[in-house]
Design a protein around this ligand. Sequence first.
Ligand SMILES: [Zn+2]
Ligand SMILES: [Zn+2]
Length: 381
Amino acid sequence: MTTTMPSIQMTAAKPGSMEVREAQVPSIKPDEVLIKVRAAAVCGSDLHLYQWDESIRPKLLRASDNFRHGVIAGHEFCGHVVEIGSEVGTIMDDPTVKLSVGAFVSAESHVVCGKCYQCKAGEKHVCVNDKIIGFDRDGAFAGYIALPASCVWKNDADLPFEIAAIQEPLGNAMHAAAHFSLKDQRVAILGLGPIGMFSAVIALMHGAQKVIAVELSETRAKIAREIGVHDVIMGKPARGEAERAAERARIQGLIREAAGHDGPDVVLEMSGHPDAITNAIKCVRRGGKVVAFGLPKDAAYTFDDYSKDVIFNGITVQGIIGRRIYDTWYKVRDLVRNEQARAKLRKIITEVLPYTEFRGGIERMLKGETAKIVLTFNSGH
Ligand SMILES: [Zn+2]
Ligand SMILES: [Zn+2]
């Protein structure tokens, strides 16, 4: 086996300094497995990383030393097991699942400690000591990745690689969209980035009565219509407080009109834009539910009328991080086994590129010209 591999790393703590570098193929610890990466998808957080912006600052501060030392990015992937450590035990919290060389796998990107209160109480997704692949430890934008077997997920052997590579973000969408039952509900999704779009697929597959989306990019709005979103409201970029207030009022009015009654039952805030967060809180019906997933870019958000909007209106605001380990993964597995869902997901995977072309892909993602991008590694092997 070769001892070096290509990898994509952040090579300096400044915007745009992500580059392909040769790296050593990692060696594994007794509880780890070595995986030959087949494909890895580009995440919104990789875009924040690429831009080195504020929203991801706590993560970056924690990880910035790592990046200075050449930590490899990427955390959404699939590949084949090539080596298994001597102490590898149960995977997927299921003693009946066995791992063997050649197995087609993906992984939970949050490597959890298994020892803290949350881990013991069945809430591993909020482990206080979690380490994130591609931030705190070497990631999957590489020829190979070494990971603790405890975060490895075994895929169906015939799952197409581009679908297998997006299960981690699909899990974010599943965790967000399935937190409240969407069956027969009127659902508004604010922001059609890939996870917003995946949430739309899940809402439709879970029998939402009506799915409404708000988006600025025409490219993404078009994809949303193709996957069956009932109503896509086009937002307009607004500058200055007066213009922004007018745009917020216009969008809230259009969402309420599309939802009927006095607003949607559930709003999924997937954009992180402060105006969209305000819209989510103000357009949801009284007693409705808001799922908060998008991260505001400058990490700050202020409620303008907390008493009325949250308390008097009796709404529920649920923050979503990561995926429930492994409940969410089992739900994702059911979804990706469904042909109708796969067809919708394929419309969201707009590009499958060799890893060497990652920069162009990221630039197009930043401009909203494309949706989900999957990078291939080890193709032809
Ligand atoms: Zn991600
Ligand atoms: Zn823990």
